[in-house]
Structures are given as C-alpha cells and as structure tokens.
Design a protein around this ligand. Structure first.
Ligand code: SF4
Length: 209
C-alpha cells in the first residue's frame, strides 16, 4: 500500500491535547522522589515502584538522607525492583554526587552524567520539573506506538527519539509521553484501533505500513 504523507506537527496536536498535563504514572511527590523512582523503574512496572515508595521515602526523605545510606540499609526498601543491587548502588552514587534536593540538575546533559540515568529517564525528570523539553520520551510503549502510527521507524530508542525530534517542533516534544499514555490505554500490544483518536492518521490502521 502506498505511504501517506502526514503533517505530524498538526496531526499530533489531538494526542497532545488529550494528555496535556497528565501526570506521570510514577506517583512522586517531589523532584527528588521522581528521580529515585525513575531510576528504580527501569524494567520494573510503575505500580511496583509506587508500592515501595512510601516506606522508601519514609526512611530516606531527601537526597541528603540517601547520601548517608549504605547498600545494606537501602536494599530492604527496594528489593522488589528488578536489578535492585545495581540500582541501589546507582542511587547512593547519585546522592553522594548531588548531595541535596536543590542541586538536582535540570538539563539533559547533567542528568545523563548521573549513574543509571539515560535520555529517557532524564526526559521524564525534566517533564516532571516542567523544565524545557530537550528530547522526546521514548519508553517501551512509544517503541510500539510510534512505528504503528508511522511517525518513526525501527526499534532503537535513540534513533526513534531523533526521528521524532526532527519531525516535530520542540514545543510538541511532549508527544513522547502522550504516545506512552496512548500505548498504556489504547495502543496496547493488541491495539483497540476503533477507539483510537489517532486512527485517521495511523499507518497501521490505514494499511500504509
Ligand atoms: S489506530 Fe490502532 S495502531 Fe494506530 S495508534 Fe491507534 S490503537 Fe495504535
């Protein structure tokens, strides 16, 4: 089937409008908590991280308190997260480097220098902080949704992020999180296309792939 040329900066507006200001499913109460929860959430569901968060942040309410943690004292609080030993070490390394909540950097370059924080995590932290977007969130849901929509191709998160950044102006870069929400709710592994507000422009639905 012939490919269709979609005006993505225009077409994506519908999706952005639907999920504008929708909070991230990680239920962080401040930036420190969001950073810690994002690090813990890699390859672990957001709901598991939400469950362990209250006890964890009761014990370690600030970056400063976390900087005094040892791996032995931290592990009982994060044992449900996959790869908890490695993640626990990353968190202590981050806390020793950042020292206090007010020092958490709010730019992509500085965030991605911290242990265990890649571009996706940094983009999530910047969105939470309402800082200017420096990239597009490409998580496991976006990896599925974006190629179906036809806004990006392949299965590599970094390349996909670059493609979306080239197609959309910076002010629309929250499209990553919007596609993630669409993937969680509608464009699941078995997509519910008839309910989807993007089906008029979707390559998968229209047979343009
Ligand atoms: S129309 Fe279907 S395949 Fe396309 S984005 Fe929506 S749910 Fe996903």
């Amino acid at each position: 089937m012939k490919k269709h040329k979609i005006d993505w900066p225009e077409a994506i507006k519908l999706l952005l409008k639907k999920y504008k200001n929708t909070p991230h499913p990680l239920e962080a109460k401040n930036l420190y908590q969001m950073l810690v929860m994002v690090v813990l959430s890699a390859q672990t569901t957001d709901s598991i991280i939400n469950q362990l968060a209250p006890d964890l942040f009761n014990a370690y309410p600030t970056m400063q308190s976390l900087s005094n943690a040892s791996i032995e004292t931290l592990l009982p609080f994060i044992g449900k997260a996959r790869g908890f030993r490695k993640k626990g070490k990353w968190l202590i390394d981050i806390a020793k480097e950042v020292k206090k909540d007010s020092n958490i950097p709010l730019n992509l370059q500085a965030l991605t220098k911290l242990s265990g924080i890649g571009r996706k995590s940094a983009n999530v932290i910047l969105r939470y902080a309402d800082a200017p977007a420096e990239g597009v969130i490409v998580d496991i849901h976006v990896l599925r949704v974006a190629p179906r929509l036809g806004i990006a191709t392949g299965d590599d998160a970094t390349k996909m992020e670059k493609q979306i950044m080239e197609v959309l102006p910076q002010k629309e870069w929250d499209a990553g999180m919007a596609m993630s929400f669409l993937g969680r709710e509608i464009c699941k592994p078995a997509p519910e296309c008839d309910k989807c507000l993007m089906n008029k422009v979707c390559a998968y639905y229209n047979g343009w792939l």
